[in-house]
Write a protein that binds this ligand. Structure first.
Ligand code: 2AM
Ligand code: CA
Ligand code: CA
Ligand code: CA
Length: 261
């Protein structure tokens, strides 16, 4: 299948699908939402999450009928291996923000071939910025190519974290925040990834599922950032982990904190 994939075309298609989905989500931003809880009261899904995933999955299936799809809300396939072309779809990343803030949420798709990232796209829906790229493309914010972020130390910049990790110094994250210039808790893995891609944050740590990190990982690695689990081990695209993304130095410093105990 690989010889038939044009990566620039694949990126354009994904961008087009996501931009159209974003317009639709924005049009319904202030509608009454049907909100349900999933694993706990902070883990939400709405009718817009489901409709958006259904729509994106339909577009992918039409263009790439042989590909398999891992979708957060269940409209994709049961995927137990990474052979061939696999799309990871997160229809609304930051559903709590979508419901409460009406901003700071993203639509994300990552495309992988035999487990290797080809293209990642993250759209910050309300800000209207689309981040896209991959190893053969470079990484862009809209039309602008992003440079490699400076290799800054933990002490010299902001650290994105998810709230639950700070409640009890889980995995020394409160300590890590104390060593940084400050914590940022945005509530959307996708938006946090875009901050690190732009060098606004030096790193980000959160317990994530593959659809939360698939798109961001492709772009981050393209820019020389490291994306692993919090102990520094490679991620699996088939399981959840506490994910650490960072500049080389920040990454090493957070991994070193884990080795203290
Ligand atoms: P989601 O909105 O697509 O569920 C919130 O801190 C960030 O973590 C969001 O990107 C959210 O994605 C993600 N996340 C992953 N697993 C989660 C869970 N069980 N509960 C809440 N957010 C989760
Ligand atoms: Ca969710
Ligand atoms: Ca998500
Ligand atoms: Ca989601």
């Amino acid at each position: 299948m690989s010889e038939s994939i044009n990566i620039w075309q694949l990126a354009s298609e994904i961008k087009f699908w996501i931009a159209a989905a974003a317009e639709n989500v924005k049009a319904h931003l202030h509608d009454d939402l049907q909100v349900e809880t999933k694993s706990n009261r902070n883990d939400l899904v709405t009718n817009v999450d489901k409709l958006t995933e259904k729509h994106l999955v339909g577009e992918i299936r039409r263009a790439y009928p042989k590909a398999r799809i891992v979708g957060e809300e269940g409209f994709g396939d049961q995927v137990d291996d990474l052979a061939g072309l696999v799309f990871f779809v997160d229809p609304i990343d930051g559903t709590m923000n979508f419901v409460k803030e009406k901003e700071n949420f993203a639509i994300m798709i990552g495309a992988y071939l035999d487990g290797i990232g080809l293209v990642g796209v993250i759209m910050d829906v309300v800000a209207g910025n689309i981040f896209w790229g991959g190893p053969e493309l470079g990484v862009y914010k809209n039309e602008l190519a992003l440079p490699k972020p400076q290799n800054l130390n933990l002490a010299d910049g902001l650290l994105g974290v998810s709230g639950p990790l700070l409640r009890k110094d889980v995995r020394h994250m409160a300590t890590a925040v104390g060593q940084s210039s400050g914590a940022r808790i945005i509530g959307s893995a996708g938006i946090e990834f875009t901050k690190v891609l732009q060098g606004i944050e030096n790193g980000y740590v959160s317990h994530l599922m593959p659809w939360d990190f698939a798109a961001g990982k492709v772009m981050a690695e393209t820019l020389g950032l490291l994306v692993t689990d919090i102990d520094g081990n490679p991620l699996s695209m088939l399981s959840s982990k506490i994910v650490l993304i960072g500049t080389e130095r920040t990454h090493a410093q957070i991994v070193a904190l884990q080795q203290q105990d």
